[in-house]
Design a protein around this ligand. Structure first.
Ligand SMILES: [Zn+2]
Length: 217
């Protein structure tokens, strides 16, 4: 019998949900779930999301990031989840994805407004941007901590992906979907505003965007 079996199973199940939605690509993307004041569960590093079992989900000390239970190597992005959960003590879940639409927008290094029509209550004034630093490095962890804000729960990581915090994993999934919808609205507006864009190309770009968006729905 493993400790926190239910919570670790929830993390494993959410991996599959996010992979099915196309929000986890290959082995890119990872999760953190607060278990107690001192402990969090994180996804294992470089594992096929469809094969993750509850016992593969690693339990870490949220302050030292030392492994408390689990055989697998924890995700290289564990320090981001620890920082996210510490900044938002009311939240249990931290979700980091490499979702296609928002990750494309993250190449623009621009703050994203929440568009009209998306219920962004409680998520903060906008989707903030964390400046680019290479994945899994101390530089990224440091820059990440510096740019977190207690009132903002959704972030684009420049040229990388998305991270958000939420009361639980299911609520986090809803935030991930909202970030993608906001990113799609941003891209759609940019494509439509490009007056010099050839019309058939414009139409085909918008069609492709709709298709990618439907994948995650
Ligand atoms: Zn990543």
């Amino acid at each position: 019998m493993i400790n926190f079996a239910r919570e670790r199973q929830d993390v494993a199940d959410m991996c599959r949900t996010l992979a099915d939605a196309g929000y986890f690509a290959g082995t890119g993307g990872n999760l953190g779930l607060r278990l107690t004041d001192k402990l969090m569960a994180v996804t294992p590093s470089a594992t096929d999301y469809y094969l993750v079992r509850a016992e593969d989900v690693v339990i870490l000390d949220i302050d030292t990031l030392a492994v408390v239970e689990g055989e697998k190597v924890p995700t290289v992005e564990k320090s981001l989840h620890a920082a996210m959960l510490k900044m938002h003590p009311q939240h249990k879940a931290s979700l980091h994805t490499h979702q296609p639409v928002a990750s494309a927008v993250a190449l623009a290094h621009e703050v994203l407004p929440w568009p009209a029509g998306i219920d962004s209550a409680g998520l903060g004034p906008h989707i903030a941007v964390i400046p680019y630093r290479p994945s899994g490095t101390g530089m990224l962890a440091k820059t990440f901590r510096k740019n977190l804000r207690p009132d903002i729960h959704a972030y684009l990581m420049a040229s990388h992906g998305v991270i958000c915090s939420a009361p639980d994993l299911q609520a986090g999934l809803a935030v991930i979907r909202k970030i993608d919808a906001a990113a799609a609205a941003f891209l759609r507006e940019r494509i439509q505003k490009r007056a010099n864009l050839d019309k058939p190309l414009q139409a085909s770009l918008l069609k492709t965007l709709n298709k990618i968006e439907l994948m995650g729905a």
